[in-house]
Design a protein around this ligand. Structure first.
Ligand SMILES: NC(=O)c1ccc[n+]([C@@H]2O[C@H](COP(=O)([O-])OP(=O)(O)OC[C@H]3O[C@@H](n4cnc5c(N)ncnc54)[C@H](O)[C@@H]3O)[C@@H](O)[C@H]2O)c1
Length: 283
C-alpha cells in the first residue's frame, strides 16, 4: 500500500514508519517537525490547503495514497494551553479525515486514547477490564477531543459507505529505555494508577496499526491498544480489588493481566504484544 503517516516524527510515528516500511509498504511521513527527505514532507495539518494538497499528491513524493495513519496531535494536556490542544488536535483530525474523503482514500487508521474512556479513572468504571464499550467519558480537554473525534469518524463513515476508519485507543506509549523506571516502582500500586497501570511499547502499537490497516472493513471500528500485562509486580486482581472494591470483574485475570482489555484486537486482528517490560529488562 501507499501509506501516509501523519505525526511521523513523533514517538509512535517513528515506530510506525519503521514497521510499515519493513512490511514492504511505500510510506511517506508527514509532520510539521522534522527533516524533509525522499520519504518525508513537512505539513501543518491545521491548514486545510496544505492538508488537502498533501494528501492528493506531492511532487517528487507521491501521486496518490491508499491509506492514512493519522497520529499527528499534541499528545497530552499541559505543555500548551487547553484551547491550543483543542484547536490543534480537533482541526488537524477534521482536516485529515475530510481531505481523505475528498481525495478518495478509503482506509484511515488513527490514534484515539484511553482518555476517551475515563482517564485518570478517579470515578470507578462500570466494570473491569475496560473494553471498547467503555468510551465517551473524558475528564480533560485532550480527552474530550478524542471523544469528539470518535463521534466525527462515526458520522463520516455514514456518508461514504466504502470508507473504513479505525480508532486505536492507545494507552501510555513507551519505548526502550523507559522500563527501568517501571522496575524501580513495580510494587507500588500508586505508580501509574491513573493509567490503570497499563502501557504499550511503541513497537507493539505499530504492530496493531499495521494489522488494522490490513484488516480494514468499511465502517467505524474501535480497538484498545495496550500491552498484555500491567507495569507492576502486584497481581492484577489485587490492584483491581484495592482500587475499585465495588467494581465488577468480568473475567478471571491472569497474574499480571492488563485491566485495559485487548481481547478484541487479539481475537479479531491477531494482535500479539511482543515487547513486555519484564522481558525487555531481562534482554
Ligand atoms: N504518547 C502516548 O502515551 C499516547 C497515548 C494515547 C494516545 N496517543 C496518541 O498517539 C498519537 C501519537 O502520539 P505520540 O506519543 O507519538 O506523540 P508525539 O508528540 O511524540 O508525536 C506527535 C507528532 O505530531 C506532530 N504534530 C502535532 N500537531 C501537528 C500539526 N498540526 N501538523 C503537523 N504535525 C503535527 C508533532 O510535530 C509530533 O511529531 C497522538 O494522536 C496521541 O494523542 C499517545
Amino acid at each position: 500500500m501507499r501509506i501516509a503517516v501523519t505525526g511521523s516524527s513523533g514517538k509512535l510515528g517513528r515506530a510506525t514508519c519503521l514497521r510499515l516500511r519493513e512490511a514492504g509498504h511505500a510510506v511517506l511521513g508527514l509532520d510539521r517537525a522534522g527533516q524533509p527527505g525522499f520519504d518525508f514532507s513537512m505539513i501543518d495539518f491545521t491548514d486545510y490547503g496544505q492538508t488537502l494538497d498533501g494528501l492528493l499528491g506531492i511532487t517528487a513524493r507521491h501521486d496518490g495514497l491508499d491509506a492514512i495513519v493519522h497520529l499527528a496531535a499534541i499528545p497530552v494536556n499541559g505543555p500548551v494551553p487547553d484551547a491550543t490542544v483543542f484547536h490543534n488536535n480537533m482541526i488537524t483530525t477534521f482536516n485529515v479525515m475530510h481531505a481523505a474523503l475528498r481525495a478518495g482514500i478509503d482506509n484511515i487508521v488513527y490514534a484515539s486514547s484511553i482518555t476517551a474512556m475515563g482517564f485518570p479513572f478517579a470515578e470507578p468504571p462500570a466494570y473491569l477490564p475496560l473494553d471498547e464499550d467503555s468510551g465517551g467519558r473524558s475528564n480533560n480537554t485532550y480527552g474530550m477531543v478524542k471523544v469528539m473525534e470518535e463521534a466525527m469518524a462515526g458520522q463520516l463513515v455514514r456518508r461514504r459507505p466504502s470508507l473504513s476508519i479505525t480508532a486505536l485507543r492507545f494507552t501510555n506509549v513507551t519505548q526502550q529505555g523507559e522500563y527501568q523506571a517501571f522496575a524501580d516502582r513495580a510494587g507500588d500500586p500508586a505508580y501509574r494508577r491513573d493509567l490503570m497501570w497499563s502501557y504499550v511499547d511503541a513497537r507493539d502499537g505499530a504492530q496493531l496499526i499495521d494489522l488494522a490497516l490490513q484488516h480494514a472493513e468499511p465502517g467505524f471500528e474501535v480497538y484498545n491498544v495496550a500491552a498484555s500485562d500491567t507495569g507492576l509486580t502486584v497481581p492484577s486482581v489485587d490492584l483491581a480489588r484495592q482500587a475499585f472494591p465495588d467494581v465488577l470483574l468480568r473475567k478471571e485475570l491472569g497474574e499480571h493481566e492488563t485491566l485495559m482489555s485487548i481481547d478484541k484486537a487479539v481475537e479479531r486482528l491477531g494482535y500479539r504484544p511482543q515487547h513486555l517490560w519484564r522481558d525487555e529488562l531481562a534482554r
